[in-house]
Write a protein that binds this ligand. Sequence first.
Ligand code: GRF
Length: 192
Amino acid sequence: MNPARLAIFISGSGSNAEKIIAHFQNHESIKVALLLSNHAEAYGLQRAARYHIPTLVFNKTQFRESDEIVSVLKAAGVTHLVLAGFLWLIPQNLIEAFPHRIINIHPALLPKFGGRGMYGMRVHEAVKAAGETETGITIHEVNAHYDEGKILFQQKCRVENSDTPGQIAQKVQQLEHRHYPATIERWVATFS
Ligand code: GRF
């Protein structure tokens, strides 16, 4: 079997992307082929470069109004797309080119605290404001709507009364780093 080839999409820090890259560094059947960002200043680009992963920065026109990104991905032999802190909605041409082969991580227990505008600290501030006693992570398939694809994995953590949004963010990030690479590995295995 040919190895699966992942493309990771980021918009910012890329700490999850780095965990994924490190996890698959010497993997027999899964390779990270490419890391793409819609921001030239995204720190994740530097993280990828340290691991010698090719990177690509693209703009909205290339992404939404052409088939350029689909062509780049196909030319690189990409088989699965991994969103890790990527903030743009995925256009229909990409969804059709990679049916059921796009995965995302969300820093809360969907369907709560998801949808347009729910990203980063806003999620943890909303969890705190709602007085939730637990939060967590959701890993899900991507469709044409924010945070609505089939849920593949969830993991919870407690929210204490005294937790600040920043402390909640830290707990959730630990869960993300621990579970996203392994969940991707299991997900990719379901296609073979
Ligand atoms: C994570 O919280 C992820 O759940 C969300 O965006 C954040 C990305 O963080 N989709 P990082 O860029 O991987 O550090």
